[in-house]
Design a protein around this ligand. Structure first.
Ligand code: UD1
Length: 429
């Protein structure tokens, strides 16, 4: 298994191109199941999760063609995928595939909407606490699906097609909202989603669905109205930039010091996180090309942050902020409200010398003068990148083991960081 070796202590200076968002790419690829025409996606990141979803869709009969290089292509721009679900040959998504990535469970919505049936294994994915699918099932039931749960599979049937309905989420769920958008787009009649997730990836998916002929209004607010249509068509859509990758590199610069342009990043996608980064003492400015982060000298100021659904501070940046706070001048507090147990990085950060005390959903971090390199283990996607950030600022060598989690969500991480002066390399097993 690959490992990443980092020798800390270098400031970061230069430009980091921000890739297309993983969390938009996955539902966009899944949306291809809604139509028998070709969906073309641009700015798709090269990630293990994208490859895995390609296999899952392939199992349903979907062809995914990756466009080759063109003259004058920018090596940093994302790939273009041509996705065609002309014939769906299998409506079952087996355990072997779905268990590797939670978001693949979402195929249930377009499959039942277009084919009237789907059999999808209960999901797996990152080991971050209990991540149930009860609200996704609630959505399908509200739209007229019969659900049975049998031997770890959810069996959904709507032989006469889905019908519009009112969906009121008791808690904000990104996956639940994606499920509702996809299913309601092909239902007969109008659907209303109350307390919908407002994440930018929801808006991106709704924009793409509208290009495909759906009639969705209100995406980006907590009330979305969808007028069902009998059929969707092909379209072309470019994936929005990854706000989590943006925030991750911004925190890396805030930690090591330096001056980095995060190319193609859009501040409105992560304003809450940028405000926190500014409070820690880094300078955040917006240019035509993206977001520029600088920190010169001066210490890292402690902050108090609670994760929340968008537009709040994202849970997917919580581990990275904790790495940054481990070197703050003083005590900071981070409260995680979205996922229970999303603190697996705490023990590993402690191996580098961080002082973190956990009490329920709140972590108290006593900033230390110095972190010291050590062997650490990546346990989930965001936790692993927090170890990379901490290692960049630690004295000496850190070996990050089990990096496959990083490859799921961060495109060419070592290349992007080493281009800015970091001493980081991948050791292939
Ligand atoms: C998505 C993101 C993930 C991010 C998370 C929260 C993708 C591919 N993943 O995950 O990176 O961390 O949003 O921003 O986009 N819940 C239920 N029942 C359900 C569904 C969810 O109780 O049926 C709970 C979850 O346990 C969690 C909360 O709702 O406590 C939010 O989860 P949700 O927004 O659904 O996360 P995902 O869509 O899985």
């Amino acid at each position: 298994m690959d490992r990443i070796r980092i020798v800390g202590g270098q400031r970061l200076n230069g430009t980091i191109p921000i890739s297309g968002a993983k969390n938009a790419t996955l539902p966009l690829m899944i949306a291809s199941l809604l139509t028998d025409q070709t969906l073309i996606l641009d700015n798709v990141p090269r990630l293990a999760d994208v490859g895995l979803l390609q296999r899952i869709l392939g199992n349903h009969g979907v062809d995914v063609m990756t466009a080759g290089k063109r003259p004058g292509d920018d090596p940093n721009s994302g790939r273009t995928l041509h996705i065609s679900a002309k014939h769906i040959v299998d409506t079952t998504a087996p355990y072997e595939l779905v268990s590797k990535m939670r978001a693949s469970f979402w195929v249930i919505a377009p499959l039942v909407a277009r084919m009237g049936e789907a059999k999808v294994s209960m999901p797996g994915g990152c080991a971050i606490g209990t991540r149930p699918v009860d609200l996704l099932i609630m959505v399908l039931e509200r739209l007229g699906t019969q659900i049975e749960i049998e031997s770890g599979y959810v069996i959904a049937r709507a032989k006469k097609g889905l019908r519009g309905g009112e969906i009121v989420f008791p808690k904000v769920t990104v996956g639940g909202t994606h499920t509702a958008l996809m299913a309601a787009s092909l239902a007969s009649g109008t659907s209303v989603i109350e307390n919908a997730a407002r994440e930018p990836e929801i808006t991106d998916v709704a924009d793409c669905l509208n290009k495909m002929g759906a009639k969705i209004s209100g995406a980006g607010t907590s009330r979305i109205v969808i007028e069902g249509v009998p059929k969707l068509n092909g379209a072309r859509h470019s994936v929005l930039p990854d706000r989590i990758e943006t925030g991750t590199y911004a925190m890396a610069v805030a930690m090591t010091g330096g001056d980095v342009l995060l190319q193609n990043a859009r501040p409105e996608l992560l304003q809450a996180a940028l405000d926190v980064i500014a409070k820690t003492g880094a300078t955040v400015s917006t240019t035509n090309e993206g977001i520029r982060i600088t920190r010169n000298g001066g210490g890292i100021a402690p902050v108090e942050v609670t994760t929340a659904p968008f537009p709040g501070f994202p849970t997917d940046l919580q581990a990275q902020l904790m790495a940054l706070m481990s070197r703050a001048k003083g005590t900071s507090r981070i409260t995680e409200t979205i996922f229970e147990n999303r603190f697996m990085h705490v023990q590993e950060l402690a191996r580098l010398g961080a002082r973190i005390h956990l009490d329920g959903e709140t972590a108290t971090i006593e900033g230390v003068e110095k972190l010291k390199g050590a062997p650490v283990m990546a346990t989930d996607l965001r936790a692993s990148v927090s170890l990379v950030i901490a290692a960049l600022a630690a004295e000496g060598e850190t070996m990050v083991n089990r990096v496959y989690h990083l490859d799921r969500g961060f495109e060419r991480l070592e290349e992007k960081l080493s281009a800015c002066g970091a001493s980081i390399e991948r050791l292939s097993a």
